[in-house]
Write a protein that binds this ligand. Structure first.
Ligand code: URA
Length: 425
């Protein structure tokens, strides 16, 4: 087989066989073809697409390029949750203990943040002592004893995806539906859960900018799941507005703690309750209404909060030592009116510039910095009232103006976009 012929085939919009895709992927992993040749292959897919069968082939080859986790010894329903990356997205910190409180296991391997979206692993790392690298045995024991475990994505899972995804990021070929679907699904299927709930973000702060493309991606992932007998459920959720009131690692952990103390932002609450209900209802085969009742009960009774503390403690974290020791800069409104929008992209760029995220995987980040909003969409604000606080260690030029400009304040109140757009299963 020759790489150049396979690339030409895709450039001519012809269908590729399993062995052709396998040849390209495995040759790249083994350094038998270089970045330039692989980039040509990726661009050929980017512009000409893959049909569902080819997308499944690519997923399968990437799954087989690394370890496949067997969680059958847990003898309990196992459900994984994945977010395609949102601004202020701390949902994993909230839903994992809620779902684990119902006897369903939640094994999560999460990634670090890269670019503008923060990673769950970075958020957890802001808790002193929290261990992100557990041995396979410790991971399984934690799941057996506590019910949820959140660790760093293993380097050995979907090895090919790691290399290809890094190259796609470098050459700017991320937003291709078959490439995204196979990348996410290869990691999720290799991680061993029976049910996979995907929170697919749509809007300004997400890589899926519109509902049409997001729906296509969701349907592709559900279909890939069918090849492996896995239940895949995708919820499209709005990412035009940040999720919750805080963006930044330690600030988001603090928001999750407050969530369990029943202090929460309305949209964050709505999505958290919905995603946990979806996870429980599909893992336990019960109705959404029953699952939702269970979730609300667990939150109101304090059971979910206890599970949250149990989980963090058992992975070595000491929540009492969580520190947000950055300097504070208070930003007040320069107008009176209704908040009709908050630009999540602008805010995530600001938080990135403050140092909360990285460009390269090896960059150091500042866990204490970020933005904490005091007002959100739908609320009225008067001139001089506080809109938010910037936590900083090094000032970003015009940071107060950036925060101010991210708020859309009008005289008339507009209807808010719903957080949950639709669910595809
Ligand atoms: N997340 C992934 O894991 N892969 C992609 O291709 C895009 C987002």
């Amino acid at each position: 087989m020759k790489a150049v012929e396979i690339i030409e085939k895709k450039q001519n919009k012809e269908l590729l066989s399993y062995s052709e895709i396998e040849y390209m992927v495995n040759s790249y992993v083994k350094n038998k073809i270089n970045d330039k040749t692989m980039s040509d292959f990726i661009w050929a897919i980017y512009y000409n697409g893959l049909n569902l069968t080819e997308t499944y082939y690519l997923t399968d080859v990437m799954i087989k390029s690394g370890d496949i986790i067997d969680l059958s010894s847990l003898n309990k329903p196992v459900v994984d949750k994945h977010s395609t990356g949102g601004v202020g997205d701390k949902i994993t910190l909230i839903v994992s203990p809620i779902v684990a409180s119902t006897g369903v296991c939640v094994p999560k391997m999460s990634g670090r943040g890269l670019g503008l979206t923060g990673g769950t692993v970075d958020k957890l790392e802001s808790i002193p002592g929290y261990k992100l690298n557990l041995s396979k045995k410790a991971f399984i024991d934690q799941l057996k004893n506590v019910g949820c475990a959140v660790i760093s994505q293993s380097e050995k899972i979907a090895v090919a995806d790691k290399k290809i995804y890094a190259l796609r990021n470098e050459i700017g070929a991320v937003d291709s539906i078959p490439l995204i679907a196979s990348s996410i699904m290869s990691k999720k299927i290799a991680s061993g859960s029976d049910v996979i709930v995907i929170d697919l973000k749509v809007g300004k702060g997400a890589f899926m900018k519109n509902i049409k493309d997001a729906t296509k991606l969701a349907k592709t992932m559900v279909k890939i799941g069918e090849f492996y007998n896995k239940k895949v459920i995708c919820t499209l959720s709005d990412m035009n507005i940040p999720l919750g009131l805080n963006i930044g690692n330690a600030l988001e952990v603090k928001e999750a703690i407050n969530f369990f103390k029943n202090v929460h932002d309305k949209r964050l609450y709505e999505l958290s309750v919905y995603i946990s209900s979806l996870m429980i209802s599909s893992a336990k085969n019960i109705s959404m209404a029953r699952a939702k009742k269970l979730v609300i009960n667990l939150l109101e009774s304090g059971h979910a909060k206890n599970k949250f503390y149990e989980w963090i403690r058992s992975q070595g974290g000491d929540i009492t030592k969580l520190k947000i020791d950055a300097k504070k800069y208070i930003v007040v409104s320069d107008k009176t009116g209704y908040i009709n929008g908050i630009d999540s992209q602008k805010l995530s760029q600001l938080v990135f510039d403050l140092g909360a995220n990285r460009v390269k995987k090896t960059d150091k980040i500042d866990y204490s910095v970020g933005v904490s909003l005091t007002k959100t969409v739908g609320q009225r604000v008067t001139k001089g009232e506080i809109l938010g606080v910037i936590y900083y260690n090094k000032k970003v030029e015009n940071m107060d103006k950036i925060l101010l400009d991210s708020f859309i304040i009008d005289r008339k109140k507009k209807r808010n976009k719903k957080i949950i757009i639709k669910t595809i299963k």
